[in-house]
Design a protein around this ligand. Sequence first.
Ligand code: NAD
Length: 447
Amino acid sequence: MSGVGEVSRRRVLQSSAAALALSAAQANAQVKTLRVGLVGVGGRGTDLLGQILRMDNVAVTAVADIDERHIARAQKLVTDAKMPRPEGYGRGEKDYERLCERNDLDLVLNATPWQWHTPISVAAMKAGKHAATEVPAAITLEQCWELVETSEKTGKHCVILENDCYGQDTLMVLNMLRQGLLGEPLFAEGGYMHDLRSVKFGATKAGPVSNPETWRLEHTLKRNGNLYPTHPIGPISWWLDINRGDRYTSIVSMSSRGGAMREYAEREFGKDDWRAKAEYRLGDVNTSILQTARGRLVHLYLDTNTPRVKEHLTRLQCSKGVYSVMLDKIFVDGRSFRGDNENWRARDEWEEIAPYRERYQHKLWRERGEAATGSHGGIDYMLIYRLVKRLQAGLAPDTDVYDAAAWSAIVPLSIESVATRSQPLEFPDFTRGRWQERPGINPDEID
Ligand SMILES: NC(=O)c1ccc[n+]([C@@H]2O[C@H](COP(=O)([O-])OP(=O)(O)OC[C@H]3O[C@@H](n4cnc5c(N)ncnc54)[C@H](O)[C@@H]3O)[C@@H](O)[C@H]2O)c1
């Protein structure tokens, strides 16, 4: 090749690289800055703020919390990231109302205790902002409907911040389902099984129940059912096309006796302490079964009171095979066997997931896996990345108000079923029939 040809080829390459860089910069300049207000910057809110600050074209303009120290910590995080100091709203439990009224916000994201999720999301939507809420989005059926009606009326998104939907396994299985590897989903089970005893009693191990840091304890004292279903039900609902081709139609729930909280309190605080004598309504283990319109079953567990290692017990049984998150193994009919076809006894063997993961790994993890650092093994990064990207582009986020309502409705419905000796209950159709036409989540569109 001549020297001149080589030079001109290099020039072309350089100029096309420059053009690419320019168009990336232009594209970036065209992205609308997403202006975010945060309500509740305790443990979770601080994690989420950290992820928000990693995104391009985002401004954090306001922060609300009932604890001034938490506001100050959040403000410092923002200024440390070389962004303007957000205004603080710390005048009590309802100061989020003033925050929502600001005219320089697109999104109000809340990571407060459960009882505040719906009031804050509703206030945000009514004030013309999109709402994103920590889980569960609501704790009563009335609240579930209030979210749906407010979102429909205002045209604002109400996003449930279910980070487990962005797990590598969740998205990999979604790819497997769409590509036909596993056939039709028939049964799924999953649980939130996490020893929260010390968290429920508060880090200081002292103080009255009204101490805001012990809000989880109040729920354990007063309510009995599946109080925290969304970590398993989010991914399962994506796999089962809930609200998008199928829907939950009934639920039945049962709780075991409760005793673990008292035993723990007696050991930690002494047998005369009020916490060792208190009546804890929440059974140590709750189990709920849901049925869908297309005849699928879902089995959910909640266990936050017992001594245990955190377990990620999610399993999906389909017509052509089964995947177990906990075992991290797969069985595919007609494929997963050791030995020869004549030795039928050797057929039912779990297969290692690695070669399947290689093939079905979701592109979000393939392309952004390295950037996905921080809390919960990177799923929080993915959650915020997707939320910010969709809203900046003026597009609907991956989850909507119907997901928020259906996944959260398990809380009040399971409580009612447990209280009525496990009566089966009708599951409301929050989509009002539209679940039949709505398309399933398309993993190719999650990028
Ligand atoms: N998705 C996840 O992985 C995940 C993990 C942890 C917690 N969470 C959820 O996040 C939420 C917060 O949990 P946490 O562990 O951060 O609790 P936390 O107690 O550490 O934080 C709650 C914060 O909200 C503030 N607050 C309470 N009431 C308020 C009000 N009315 N207005 C403004 N601020 C208020 C508190 O002062 C505190 O700063 C809960 O809903 C929890 O279930 C989700």
